[in-house]
Design a protein around this ligand. Structure first.
Ligand SMILES: [Zn+2]
Length: 306
C-alpha cells in the first residue's frame, strides 16, 4: 500500500513537471531572414523563440546556411520563408535534412509569406534563367515596403493562432499594436520623403522597387545587367551616359555589396552612393522592423540633402 502511495505521488510529480514544461514551453520559430524573424517576434513576443538563418549582412539570395541550422529546424514548430524562390539556393536541403514533419512544405508549420496578399512586382512573362536571373517568379524583396510588412505580420498571426490556439487573442492583440505603430511611422516616413518625390536613382540589384514605389523614388536602372549577374564593363558603359542624361542623384546599394563599381559610376556621373542595410539587425540602429525603415529613410534623406 505504502508503495502504491509513493508511486501515486511520483506520478503526480511527473505530471506536474510535464504540465509545467508544456505550459511554459515557447514556440520555436525559424525565419529565413531577420526581417521575417523580427515580425514573428513582434507578434509572438514572450511566447516565441526566434532564430534567423541569413545573417543581416548577407545577400539573401546567396546565404551561407550552416549545417547547424538543421538541428534548429528539427526542433522548430514553425518555419517562415519569404518565397518567390529567394531561398531556393539554400533552404530546401536544410529542410530535407531536418526530418521535421511539421515544417515540411504544405504543412501548418511552414509559412511562405509571399503566397498570399503580396502584390508581386516585376513578374516575368517567360521563365528564362539562362542569364542567371534570380527573380524567376517576380521580385522577392517585398519586405522593403512597410505595408507588405503589415500583410506578412498578419499571416504570421494567423499561423500562430492555428498552431497555438490557446494564445490566439494575445497574438491578435500584438498584431493590432504593431500595425498601429507601423501605420503611424509610415505616414511620418512618407511625409519626410515627400520633398524628394520622383528623385531618379540607380540601384545595384533590383532590391528596391517596392521601397521606391511606396516612397515615390524613380529607379531608372541597376548596376547589375540582370538580377544576380555582376556588373559588366559593357553594361556600365551604357548605364553611365543614361544616368547623366536623366540626372540620376543617388546610387543605392546594400551594405554587403562591393564598393568599387558604385564609386566608379558615382565619379563618372556625379551621383552619390548611399549604403543602406536591407535586413533587421545589421547595425545597432536597425534592431527591429520599424527601426530599419527609420534608418533607411534617414540615410536617403541625408544623402539627398548633402
Ligand atoms: Zn534579388
Amino acid at each position: 500500500m505504502k508503495m502504491k502511495i509513493k508511486s501515486f505521488v511520483y506520478l503526480c510529480f511527473l505530471f506536474a513537471i510535464g504540465w509545467t514544461s508544456v505550459a511554459y514551453a515557447k514556440l520555436n520559430i525559424v525565419a529565413t531572414t531577420s526581417e521575417l524573424g523580427a515580425l514573428a517576434k513582434e507578434i509572438g513576443r514572450d511566447n516565441v523563440e526566434v532564430i534567423n538563418i541569413a545573417k543581416p549582412t548577407e545577400d539573401p539570395h546567396f546565404v551561407d546556411a550552416k549545417p547547424s541550422f538543421i538541428v534548429k529546424l528539427n526542433k522548430a514548430d514553425m518555419l517562415i520563408e519569404g518565397g518567390l524562390q529567394l531561398e531556393i539556393g539554400w533552404l530546401p536541403p536544410l529542410v530535407a535534412s531536418a526530418r521535421n514533419q511539421k515544417i515540411l512544405p504544405g504543412n501548418h508549420g511552414h509559412l511562405i509569406v509571399a503566397s498570399t496578399g503580396i502584390q508581386v512586382l516585376e513578374v516575368p512573362t517567360s521563365l528564362d534563367r539562362a542569364m542567371g536571373d534570380v527573380h524567376p517568379f517576380g521580385n522577392p524583396h517585398f519586405m522593403l515596403d512597410p505595408l507588405n510588412g503589415e500583410i506578412v505580420a498578419s499571416h504570421i498571426c494567423d499561423r500562430l493562432c492555428q498552431i497555438d490556439l490557446a494564445n490566439c487573442d494575445y497574438y491578435k492583440e500584438n498584431l493590432k499594436i504593431f500595425t498601429k505603430r507601423l501605420d503611424q511611422k509610415l505616414s511620418e516616413w512618407q511625409k519626410a520623403m515627400e520633398p524628394f518625390r520622383g528623385t531618379k536613382v540607380v540601384t545595384y540589384h533590383k532590391t528596391f522597387p517596392y521601397f521606391a514605389e511606396r516612397f515615390n523614388l524613380d529607379v531608372v536602372g541597376e548596376l547589375e545587367p540582370k538580377p544576380g549577374i555582376p556588373p559588366s564593363p559593357t553594361h556600365i558603359n551604357t548605364l553611365v551616359p543614361m544616368m547623366k542624361n536623366k540626372g540620376v542623384k543617388l546610387i543605392i546599394i546594400e551594405e554587403f555589396r562591393e564598393r568599387k563599381i558604385p564609386e566608379f559610376v558615382a565619379a563618372q556621373t556625379g551621383a552619390k552612393v548611399v549604403i543602406i542595410p536591407i535586413m533587421v539587425g545589421g547595425l545597432k540602429e536597425t534592431n527591429d522592423y520599424i527601426a530599419l525603415f527609420d534608418y533607411i529613410v534617414k540615410q536617403i534623406i541625408s544623402a539627398l540633402k548633402s
